[in-house]
Design a protein around this ligand. Structure first.
Ligand code: ATR
Length: 269
């Protein structure tokens, strides 16, 4: 008798533009797994947990605006998810819900794919959900400074052993000069005409990673490219997160190149 088809989902609002169904369904197919990945538009978490969906799912990803509120519905979360205060991946086994955060790992794996992090100083812009996770992860490996529009949030990350300051022109200019890698973890750049960093403070030696993947070529990435910087786009982060969720759920270790190719095909379709 064949086993029951497994069901995975992305929950959040909005979810209709997600690339995750294309990525996971391609991987399920590749590994011949009887499984499907769908999107479920969830405005209210209580309603979701009272619906039939939860009975049928084997795991799910969580996106805006529920990454923090989801925690109270889970049976267990990893130490890193607890430190960060956000969960973006849940595995369901025997009715028990286990929460993970893959944002930090996604960013670290992206960087390590291209560069050696040893002795690199990293400047992170943004101390929201993604900024916190990336700061938590990278500060275990190297020196990190965080700049955030709301200074209090940047200061709060000093508990991870980083420096935290207000995001303003003076601090940005000074910190960029002292850093090898710049990561944009703010939401500034989703509008393709806006960048969190004035072009004039970018130097050609700087490595620039923008975690925004829509648009893929943010204004920051375009201007950094024009300045001659080494650049990494946000699709890399999504690809590594997709990899990690797939591994948590299935135990398989899919090819990063195939995931990236699938995501690129979906973006350009
Ligand atoms: P995510 O889960 O994607 O990290 P988030 O938790 O809402 O989203 O965080 C958004 C980040 O972008 C925050 O660091 C936010 O700064 P504040 O903490 O001051 O809100 C930052 N951000 C959003 N709009 C911004 C803007 N116009 N200028 C600078 N930073 C901005």
């Amino acid at each position: 008798m064949s086993s029951k088809k497994k069901l995975y989902a992305l929950i959040g609002h909005p979810v209709n533009k997600s690339l995750s169904p294309a990525i996971h369904n391609r991987m399920f197919n590749k590994y011949d797994l009887r499984a499907e990945y769908i999107t479920i538009d969830v405005k209210n978490l209580n309603d979701f947990f009272e619906s039939d969906h939860i009975e049928n799912l084997d795991g799910f990803n969580i996106t805006m605006p529920h990454k923090e509120d989801i925690i109270k519905y889970l049976d267990e979360i990893t130490e890193s998810a607890n430190e960060i205060g956000c969960v973006n991946t849940v595995k369901i086994k025997d009715g028990s819900l286990m929460g993970f955060n893959t944002d930090g790992l996604g960013a670290r794996k992206t960087l390590e794919r291209f560069i050696d992090l040893d002795d690199k100083r990293i400047l992170i812009l943004g101390a929201g959900g993604a900024g916190k996770a990336i700061t938590y992860e990278l500060s275990k490996y190297t020196e990190v400074c965080v700049l955030n529009r709301t200074q209090k949030e940047a200061k709060a990350l000093e508990r991870f052993g980083t420096a935290g300051k207000k995001l303003n022109f003076t601090n940005l200019k000074e910190e960029i000069k002292r850093s090898d890698i710049l990561i944009n973890a703010t939401s500034v750049g989703m509008d393709e005409n806006v960048s969190p960093v004035p072009k004039e403070v970018l130097g050609s030696e700087l490595i620039v990673f923008d975690i925004i993947y829509s648009p893929m070529k943010t204004k920051l990435i375009r201007e950094a490219e024009e300045k001659g910087c080494f650049i990494m786009d946000g699709l890399w982060m999504l690809v590594h997160q997709g990899y990690k969720s797939f591994q948590i759920w299935t135990g398989k270790e899919p090819s990063i190149d195939i995931i990236r190719k699938t995501a690129l095909e979906k973006v350009s379709s």
